[in-house]
Design a protein around this ligand. Sequence first.
Ligand SMILES: Nc1ncnc2c1ncn2[C@@H]1O[C@H](COP(=O)(O)OP(=O)(O)OP(=O)(O)O)[C@@H](O)[C@H]1O
Ligand SMILES: [Mg+2]
Length: 497
Amino acid sequence: MERLSMQGISKAFGGIAALRGATFSARAGEVHALMGENGAGKSTLMKILSGAYHHDGGDIRIDGTPVGIHTPQDAISRGVSVIYQEFSLARHLTVAENILLDRLGRQRLIDHRALEMRAAELLAEMGFPEIDPRGTVGDLPVAFQQVVEICKALSRECSILVLDEPTAVLTTYEAEKLFALVGRLRARGVCIIYISHRLDEVFALCDRVTVLKDGATVGTWPVAELDHERLTNLMIGRELSDFFPSREAQIGPIILELNQLMLAPGAPALDLAVRRGEVLGIGGLVGAGRTEVLRAIFGADPIADGKILLRGQPFRPHNPGDAVRAGIGLVPEDRKQQGVLLDLPILTNALMTPVNPHLWRLGLLRDRRERKAVRNLSQSLRLKAASLDVEAGTLSGGNQQKVALMKWLVSGCEVLLLDEPTRGVDVGAKVEIYRVINELAAQGTAVVMVSSEMLELIGMCDRVLVMHAGAIAGELAGASLTEENIIELAMGREHVH
Ligand SMILES: Nc1ncnc2c1ncn2[C@@H]1O[C@H](COP(=O)(O)OP(=O)(O)OP(=O)(O)O)[C@@H](O)[C@H]1O
Ligand SMILES: [Mg+2]
């Protein structure tokens, strides 16, 4: 019998249907993938299961019994635990408090030591003993925040576990640890619902897959009966011929150079150069210092020592405004905190870079030409939104990522820093983002791209620098640019073939 059965679920937001009679069921002891394009309704369906949203119609059964899920508490008491795509952590609390506090209820005296020990156990079980239970969550790298989010869900006994893009910010190596854990939970009979845009994971991990399209269920298949092409076709309704489109860029002179740059006193000195028209990749494990390098170039973090040269001139940004005025753009890894203003319309987000805040204030945003540019871009990126005037916060996760990219594409910049640019983006839209990156490179933009997806680094970059423990461990290009070599360098091993 099915552990979970959702029948004819519908849900509209302000008259716009997100789910139209969707059907979904999953068994105990299976890993069931829920797939579909950005905006297909996956997260919404799972938020209905978790009691975060009310459904307008349809019914939910657990072990054959109809259940009314009206609040998150209802869902928890039925054994449903959800790891959300957009984290639900309290950024100012510690790791241990986030993992365990909600279950302490109104207990007045909290035994912090016991809490920390239990949290440390859970983190170790997950394979991340390096995360300090006493650290503040807001200070952790995004990937570690994700690990905390996962531990929080696992600290509860659950019979249905939903993972909404748990690996979007993890590298392959870290994701493996999560998969081992998912395997153990499956063996214990937990029903696991797995949402991901990484097709390889779905084939490696999942037993069955259900595809949603435009809020309705396309169907359910055993994973063994599908391959990449067929699954892609079911999701986006077409085949993808060349996943990594080819680029005709002329690589020009060096535009940006780091010269013995130190991010903190005593930190490894970094040397790097990127040329006009070049796409330079940065690989490495989470915590290797990739994001920090981009932030230092962008003036978001201070620099301890060393030099940055921009167009051959010394350049020392004191804040992001300096960087933007000098022609540098950054799409950050954490779109919710830094990338997108969720309560402002898409159009405003797309047009408001620190370069043109005055335009925004003067209300000149409605300029027809700009509106048209944004509209064209949103079409080419296949942005799913009712209009350009809806708040960015109402978009699905992958569509928010597209908005984060759009603002630099509209305003233009000479050096574009991208931190996990295709995080949470569906396969169809990924190819469109790759095309846009290629176009920018062809126009002479220098692109520096941090990515945790090795295939993306290999498929898109002219060269890849691999970081380990804050230092650049090596450079790979041409025939040496392989998954194996990226892993070797990322793990801090010397020998590269
Ligand atoms: N709170 C909300 N207010 C208005 N519209 C919403 C809200 N939440 C979701 N939607 C809309 O519902 C639709 C489905 O969104 P949902 O987040 O379920 O997509 P998804 O399949 O999870 O996509 P992704 O792969 O990008 O995460 C989208 O069109 C989205 O804009
Ligand atoms: Mg989603």
